[in-house]
Design a protein around this ligand. Structure first.
Ligand SMILES: Cc1ncc(C[n+]2csc(CCOP(=O)(O)OP(=O)(O)O)c2C)c(N)n1
Ligand SMILES: [Mg+2]
Length: 202
């Protein structure tokens, strides 16, 4: 599924070099990364962090900025959904005399909370209320938002993500990958049945 959050997560994992840092947002990105990240070479060091416990989708941009500043790394990446990014976008506001991280924030923009379509409320019987009550799309213009913060922003297709990540602008930058969301429930179901079939074969 080349145009899915799974593919984006794999591309990000593959772009993380030895001694790299990756901050992963809640919701679908961390689940996708968990499913698709290939094991890295034993002995190489990579540091993958996520907020758990009370932390939800809030503060993830700040977590990534703080981690990138605090930890010596060969490359700092973050991966998060659009609502997570919007919730924490003030974390991009860094005063002129403050240190700025070298950090690439990859935003999976599917305009709303994809995770909810994989849950009970994503079922066809709740379709009439789903978008407004659960998915909460915003239509926000992330490029304009980044421009307001004077943060570099690129918008790429999933197929162009690897090339974009190979050429970081330096400093704080946002790489937005636009995806559809209406296929997420079916994708999740397909993944479950493929997994069940693979396990049954064993
Ligand atoms: C502070 C906070 N508010 C609300 C939630 C509930 N919540 C969990 S996932 C989610 C949607 C996240 O959407 P997005 O970041 O776009 O990720 P996606 O599911 O689309 O991959 C919300 C609102 C939360 N975890 N934390
Ligand atoms: Mg989303």
């Amino acid at each position: 599924h080349p145009d899915s959050g799974l593919a984006v997560a794999r591309t990000v994992a593959e772009a993380l070099p030895p001694d790299g840092l990756l901050v992963v947002g809640a919701s679908q990105p961390i689940r996708d990364l968990d499913v698709v990240a290939r094991p890295w070479t034993v002995g190489e060091r990579r540091y993958v962090v996520a907020n758990r416990g009370l932390a939800g989708i809030d503060g993830t941009v700040s977590t990534a900025v703080g981690a990138a500043l605090a930890r010596d790394s060969s490359r700092a990446l973050a991966l998060m959904g659009d609502l997570t990014f919007l919730h924490g976008s003030n974390g991009m506001l860094i005063g002129p005399d403050e240190p700025r991280p070298d950090l690439t924030v990859v935003v999976v923009n599917d305009d709303g909370g994809a995770i909810f379509s994989t849950l009970e409320q994503g079922g066809p019987e709740h379709a009439d209320a789903f978008e407004r009550v659960f998915a909460t799309p915003t239509g926000a213009d992330l490029g304009a938002l980044c421009a307001g913060y004077r943060v570099a922003h690129r918008r790429v297709e999933p197929a162009g993500l690897a090339a974009a990540l190979a050429l970081p602008t330096g400093g704080l930058e946002v790489v937005e990958v636009v995806l559809r969301r209406d296929d997420r429930r079916a994708l999740d179901a397909a993944l479950r049945s493929a997994t069940a079939a693979a396990l049954a074969d064993d």
